[in-house]
Structures are given as structure tokens and as C-alpha cells.
Design a protein around this ligand. Structure first.
Ligand code: GLC
Length: 461
């Protein structure tokens, strides 16, 4: 009896000790909140098409979706994949580019919806090593480059939607949205009956089998063979058709105790982070949450030859500041060309954002959401220090009369200066606001930052 009690005590002590080593959610998220800015990378076989199939410009949807949108037969897509040969792939350049842009992490599509793995997987030969002339794992050298440049590495993994590994879910998109194929009506009718699928090969296995055969072992490979993985970015919760399957995937996260995961594993999965897409949410809807807006720089996640709608550097910097002022992170996408290079438009914008952050990064990294209400001229972030508060006022519209009014700020000002030059600024108080006197010209055309230290804490409105 005594011996049994002794064993029980030892077991509970061990379990307390192991649990104590498991970081809490806020410990896991600490670096991520500090980071604010990351690079998303959508790259794969679809990049070869660049949004064009058989001479037809894909009419709707993302270039990464070409296989589904144009209902390309799976065997044909696989045949095309053989030509995937990114001879100019330079992961050091990618990691360096992210770093110079001021990004602190990078998340790459280890497997997107087309099912193609950018890594050497034993679970499916539909991977870059076994299915292309290139024949080398793309993620190993990227993981090394990220380590070298101090960039945290994350993997996007499409766990539910998979158009080439049999059994994966299709996510219904009708043929007519793709390209003017003469057989479109026939294919439309087929997809209606076959849960969005368009090729009988996709139906040679069940969803449960696909999860066990492909998704579970591949996530295990990703979380075991690439060193520290900081983020697992699931996608398409609504297509996750098996609760048991989702549980198996979730369990694998314990392979990386510090990992952060998003909320797209299955419907209602909370994850650690919320993932608004292509939009910056209202402050009230995200207050107190951990959230990250993912966004394209152009009109597509995957590389698109005739891409349009590139957001200006001004828009991108202002987005980042706006997101930080609401307490979120910005995950900005690059869709590399099939040869492994970044589009010039991306390189230029990343450099310009980096230059701005080099001077003004303090107003973004490690900050918290604005405690002030709506500001007509720009955005605000804050950093509490001891008993006081630092406010970073990011001015988008520089006042012509040289007077910036901070409505509702009644605290005593301890210090006020321009972040870019360090020049002191004169402030005056009125009954219900603070007025800051500014030089005639803004230090920065896009966003100029004023750093204020005010007495005490300001509580969020
Ligand atoms: C959507 C798209 C997917 C893309 C993702 C990024 O879910 O289906 O193609 O990768 O958004 O957030």
C-alpha cells in the first residue's frame, strides 16, 4: 500500500513538473505580439501557370486556385508540375528580404489546396522532391535561412482542402467561374453531384482516409524535421469534415510546445489567433483578442503573370500602422514567381516599408492598441512604462496650420518629440484636448510619428 502511494506521489510530481514546462498561451504569444509584422508566402505548382490556363486568363478567383477554377484534370496538372524548377530560389534572399522589410516572421504554404508539398514527404509522392525536375526539399534551406536571419518560421498547411491527394475536400467552385471550356456544362453538372470534385481520381479515397494517409503524417513531418516551427497556419475550417481527424491534427501540435496556431483548423476552433482576411476589423470587434490580418499586396495570393491592383507603399505602411493601433498583426503576402524570385513590385514595396520602419518602428513593434477614440488625422499606439504611458501618434494628414489636436487627451505631458528627428515639440492644453505645434513640413510623406510621454495610465475607450 505504502509503495503504491509513493508511486502515485512520484507520478503526480512528474506530471506537475512537465506541465510547469508547458508555456502558457500568453507566454507563447509574447514574441508574436512584439513582432507585429510577418511575411506570408504562397508558392507552388500554381505559380507555373501564373493565372493562365490554355491561353485563357483565369476569370475569377485567386491564381493559387487555378486547378479548381479551371477544373484542370489532376493528371494534367501533375504532368505540368514536372517542369517546376525554381533554379533561382534563394531562401537566404527571402529571409533577408523579410528582415530588411522589418518583418519578424515568415509563413510559407508548405502545402496549399493543390496538395503539392514543398517538402520531401514520405506520405505522398506529390511533393517537390519526387514530382519535379528540381528534386530538392524547399523548406529545409528556408528553415536554415530563417534561423540565420532571426526570422521565426511558420508553416501554412491546407489540412482539409486537397485537390490532388484522393479524398481531400474540394471546396465547391463551379466551372463557369473559370474559363470558357466547351465542356463547362458537363463539368458543372458533375461537380454538383460530386461535392465540388471534377475528376474521378479525387474520389478514389475517403476524407477520413486522406486525413490519416496524408494530412496527419505530413503535419508530423513538418513539426519534426525542420527544427523550431513557430506557427502552424491551418486553412479552410469549414471544409474540415471530420472531428476525429481534426483532433488527430491538433494533438500533433504538442511536437512543438511553443507553437502558435490560428483558428482555421475546424469550425469553432479557437486556436491562438483570429485571422481576418483582406480586411482590417473595427476596433470594437477585436478588442482584447489576438488577431492577424492576412492580406495580398496585389490581387492574388499566388503569382499571377498579369497581376494588377498593387497596393501602394503608402497603403501598406498605413495598413500596418492602422492594424497596430487596433492591437493586431499584419501578415503581408508575396507570391514568388515559379523560378523562385520575388516579383519586382514586391521587392520595391518591401524595401520601402523597411526604410520607414527603420526610422519609425518604435511606433509599431511591441505596442498596444490605441487608448484614444477616433482620430481624424491618423492613428495611435501605446506602450505603458512604469507609471506613465508612451503614445505614438502616427500622423497621416499633416495639419496645414501646424497645430495637431489630440481630442480627449487631458493628461499631463512629460515629453513630446518627432520620432524621426528627435526634435522637441511644444504642447498646449485646452479644456478637453491637447494641441501639439508642428513644423510646416512633415518629416515623412507617408506617416510621421510624434512620440509623447504622458503622466499615468490611459484606459481604453
Ligand atoms: C483563403 C484562400 C486560400 C488562401 C487563404 C489565405 O482561405 O482559400 O487560397 O491561401 O485564404 O488566407
Amino acid at each position: 500500500m505504502k509503495k503504491r502511494i509513493f508511486i502515485l506521489i512520484v507520478i503526480s510530481l512528474i506530471s506537475i513538473a512537465t506541465n510547469a514546462q508547458q508555456p502558457t498561451q500568453s507566454e507563447r504569444l509574447a514574441w508574436w505580439h512584439e513582432a507585429k509584422f510577418g511575411m506570408f508566402i504562397h508558392w507552388g505548382v500554381y505559380s507555373l501557370y501564373g493565372g493562365i490556363y490554355n491561353g485563357h486568363q483565369q476569370a475569377r478567383g485567386d491564381a493559387a486556385w487555378i486547378l479548381n477554377r479551371c477544373k484542370i484534370p489532376v493528371a494534367e496538372y501533375r504532368e505540368t508540375a514536372k517542369q517546376f524548377n525554381p533554379v533561382n530560389y534563394n531562401p537566404e534572399f527571402w529571409a533577408k528580404m523579410a528582415k530588411e522589410a522589418g518583418m519578424k516572421y515568415l509563413i510559407i504554404t508548405a502545402k496549399h489546396h493543390d496538395g503539392f508539398a514543398l517538402f520531401h514527404s514520405k506520405a505522398s509522392n506529390w511533393n517537390v522532391v519526387d514530382a519535379t525536375v528540381y528534386g530538392k526539399d524547399l523548406l529545409k534551406p528556408l528553415a536554415e535561412a530563417c534561423r540565420k536571419y532571426g526570422i521565426k518560421l511558420g508553416f501554412y498547411y491546407s489540412q482539409a482542402v486537397d485537390w490532388t491527394n484522393p479524398g481531400g475536400s474540394a471546396a465547391r467552385r463551379l466551372m463557369s467561374e473559370g474559363w470558357p471550356n466547351p465542356d463547362s456544362t458537363k463539368i458543372d453538372n458533375y461537380t454538383k453531384i460530386h461535392d465540388g470534385k471534377w475528376d474521378p481520381v479525387q474520389e478514389t479515397s475517403t476524407f477520413d482516409e486522406y486525413i490519416d494517409r496524408v494530412a496527419v503524417p505530413q503535419v508530423q513531418e513538418l513539426l519534426s524535421d525542420y527544427g523550431d516551427v513557430s506557427i502552424l497556419w491551418w486553412d479552410y475550417a469549414t471544409q474540415m469534415k471530420s472531428i476525429e481527424g481534426a483532433a488527430k491534427l491538433k494533438k500533433l501540435l504538442s511536437l512543438q510546445p511553443k507553437i502558435i496556431t490560428n483558428d482555421r483548423l475546424y469550425p469553432d476552433f479557437p486556436g491562438d489567433t483570429k485571422t481576418p482576411e483582406q480586411a482590417i476589423p473595427d476596433q470594437s470587434s477585436v478588442a482584447g483578442q489576438n488577431w492577424e490580418t492576412c492580406m495580398t499586396m496585389s490581387n492574388s495570393w499566388g503569382y499571377k503573370k498579369n497581376d494588377t491592383g498593387w497596393k501602394s507603399t503608402e497603403t501598406l505602411i498605413r495598413n500596418l500602422v492602422k492594424i497596430a493601433s487596433r492591437g493586431g498583426n499584419y501578415l503581408l503576402n508575396v507570391g514568388p514567381r515559379p523560378d523562385g524570385t520575388f516579383p519586382d513590385e514586391c521587392i520595391q514595396r518591401l524595401k520601402e516599408i523597411g526604410e520607414w520602419l527603420e526610422v519609425n518602428g518604435e511606433a509599431v513593434y511591441g505596442t498596444q492598441a490605441s487608448p484614444l477614440g477616433l482620430l481624424t488625422w491618423g492613428q495611435c499606439t501605446q506602450k505603458p512604462i512604469k507609471n506613465n504611458t508612451i503614445l505614438y501618434l502616427s500622423v497621416f494628414d499633416w495639419p496645414k496650420d501646424g497645430k495637431l489636436t489630440v481630442q480627449g487627451l487631458k493628461k499631463e505631458v512629460i515629453m513630446a518629440k518627432l520620432l524621426a528627428t528627435g526634435a522637441d515639440l511644444i504642447t498646449t492644453k485646452t479644456a478637453d484636448s491637447l494641441i501639439i505645434s508642428l513644423p510646416v513640413t512633415a518629416p515623412d510623406k507617408i506617416v510621421s510619428v510624434i512620440k509623447l510621454e504622458v503622466k499615468g495610465k490611459i484606459f481604453n475607450k
